[in-house]
Write a protein that binds this ligand. Structure first.
Ligand SMILES: Nc1nc2c(c(=O)[nH]1)N[C@H]1C(S)=C(S)[C@@H](COP(=O)(O)O)O[C@H]1N2
Ligand SMILES: [Mo]
Length: 320
């Protein structure tokens, strides 16, 4: 058990036999043995695919040319079929399993230290927001990267709806909990639900974006529908998917990966090629969909925009 749970923590999963694959294969075999009834049940969630997409009339959204990347965009197929989304398993091929996620109804709560706590329907919220397209880099802590055209809106616009109180210092974000369809959430050695956090200054930064679409279309489930964070100067695990709650707080939240393995995945997690992960170098990255290995950039190429957020924080582990 101990060995197994230690393996489940380890990134990159490519270094070990992905436990998720093993477990699902066993479930599948059990299902086949049990006959048609179970197979029918296993096919049940596929009906979720027939749900209307969320606010499809908003896409493609107008491009904001302030946010461009000097690399070609990753092929849509690669970005939508090679994913990290542990709620659906710890391997990269979760995109099919993720289709079981139901997007309606989807309540989003903004609460904690705010003047006006609120719960809104995701589609209603998204339709209130100024949707635009931005091309961002995404750098996974496992040393691979993508370039993605997201559609969405500044995180600041969402926070401002609820009007944070003066003593709020952090934003805590939480992913859905639905172990009936997200089988990864049945693995009790993970601290579900997935949680991430930012300082309020980070959350209000121009680059902090809530993505609701990708490649000029509504966001697919495997990429974190109906809404997920995109903070491109940080390692990918900070960009939490399928968010249900935004909570303003005085205390720094403990994030999912920090609880699992705080010595390897910290709160700040800013990209820095000179600070290795304890088990591998961060100096270079594999460009997803190409054979290229390229140098990693400080703050993933966004140093000019974000470095000032970290002035006076020298005592903190900013790059882990
Ligand atoms: N809820 C949730 N959010 C998550 C993850 C996850 O497992 N669960 N994985 C993270 C990691 S490690 C990465 S690299 C990105 C991947 O986003 P993508 O699949 O859209 O490329 O999502 C992040 N957000
Ligand atoms: Mo990642």
């Amino acid at each position: 058990m101990l060995v197994r749970s230690r393996r489940a923590w380890e990134l990159p999963e490519s270094e070990v036999t992905p436990e998720g694959v093993y477990l699902r294969r066993r479930e599948l075999l059990a299902g086949l043995a049990a006959g048609p009834a179970l197979l029918a049940a296993a096919c049940g969630p596929a009906s979720a695919v027939e749900e209307e997409p969320i606010a499809p009339e908003l896409y493609p959204a107008p491009r904001n040319d302030t946010y461009q990347v000097d690399r070609p965009p990753t092929a849509e197929k690669d970005a939508t079929t090679y994913n990290n989304f542990y709620e659906f398993g710890s391997h990269k091929q979760i995109w099919k399993d993720a289709q079981a996620l139901r997007l309606r109804p989807w309540a989003v709560t903004i609460d904690g230290l705010v003047e006006q706590p609120m719960t809104l329907d995701a589609e209603e919220l998204i339709r209130k927001m100024p949707i635009e397209e931005r091309v961002y880099r995404l750098r996974c802590v496992e040393a691979w990267s993508m370039t993605v055209p997201w559609s969405g809106f500044p995180l600041r616009a969402l926070i401002d709806l609820a009007r944070p109180l003066g003593d709020a210092k952090y934003l805590k974000m939480t992913t859905f909990m639905a172990p009936d369809v997200a089988f990864g959430q049945k693995q009790p050695w993970y601290p579900w639900p997935y949680v991430e956090g930012l300082t309020l200054a980070e959350a209000r930064h121009d680059l902090a974006f809530i993505a609701t679409g990708i490649y000029g279309k509504p966001l697919p489930r495997q990429n974190g529908a109906p809404l997920r964070l995109a903070v491109p100067w940080k390692y990918g695990f900070k960009s939490i998917k399928s968010i249900v709650r935004f909570e303003l707080a005085v205390e720094r939240p403990k994030s999912f990966w920090e609880i699992i393995q705080g010595g390897e995945y910290g709160f700040w997690a800013n990209v820095n090629p000179e600070v290795p992960h304890p088990r591998w170098s961060q100096a270079t990255e594999k460009v997803l969909g190409s054979g290229d290995v390229v140098p990693t950039l400080l703050y993933n190429g966004y140093a000019a925009e974000v470095a000032s957020l970290y002035e006076g924080l020298d005592g903190e582990s900013l790059f882990m």
